[in-house]
Design a protein around this ligand. Structure first.
Ligand code: SF4
Ligand code: SF4
Length: 192
């Protein structure tokens, strides 16, 4: 089915959006689900592009946060959740600081990642990070080099986290297990 129809056939041809095929691709529940999980009103995005213009990942990759905001409002769930670019956001929140609509695009991405993860769609390097968190409480564990740098700065070698208080590690492990995240990491990483 044609996505759009204009009275002027020439104009219709020029404006045809080859990426938007509502009958096949669009899920009208997507924007509501993303808003509920993210807690941000994604539907009022007016596509100004400030988010992408502020994003440190944009110049280094094909990732465009504005594109994901647009997809949200077009109901393009499948393409969003299966796009590897979904995992290139660093969660720096610069876009969220600068959005003129006071949206939190970062949390839109996090909502989509949660939805993807529920389907078992998670890049392997992220699952490796899950294992680091499970083992140490940190995605990037402390190291001898870091400890030496901290001491040089007059800090204690271990930060005020599970590094210093490993007795809290069981609680972190329980969270990862109760959401099935650890089990997913073990299963996928074992497959090689
Ligand atoms: Fe939408 Fe805000 Fe990004 Fe502008 S900065 S495109 S309003 S999310
Ligand atoms: Fe880009 Fe993510 Fe940072 Fe937003 S939070 S500016 S999308 S890297």
């Amino acid at each position: 089915a044609s996505a759009k129809s204009y009275k002027d056939a020439g104009l219709s041809a020029r404006l045809a959006d080859r990426y938007y095929r509502p009958a096949q691709d669009s899920d009208p529940t997507f924007v509501g689900d993303v808003e509920r999980i993210s807690g941000t009103e994604a539907h009022i995005c007016y596509q100004c592009g400030t988010c992408t213009g502020s994003c440190p990942s944009a110049p280094r990759s094909s990732y465009r946060i504005r594109n994901f905001m647009r997809r949200t409002n077009l109901g393009l769930k499948e393409v969003s959740l299966t796009d590897p670019d979904l995992w290139l956001c660093t969660t720096c929140y610069t876009c969220s600081d600068r959005c003129p609509r006071d949206l939190i695009p970062t949390d839109v991405i996090m909502a989509m990642r949660n939805m993807a993860a529920q389907r078992g769609i998670v890049p392997k390097n992220f699952l490796g990070t899950v294992n680091f968190i499970y083992q140490t409480g940190h995605g990037v564990p402390n190291s001898d080099a870091n400890r030496a740098a901290r001491v040089k700065l007059g800090l204690e070698p271990e930060p005020e986290t599970t590094c210093k208080y490993p007795e809290y590690l069981p609680a972190i492990r329980k969270i990862l297990e109760s959401y099935g995240t650890k089990q997913l990491a073990d299963k996928v990483l074992a497959e090689g």
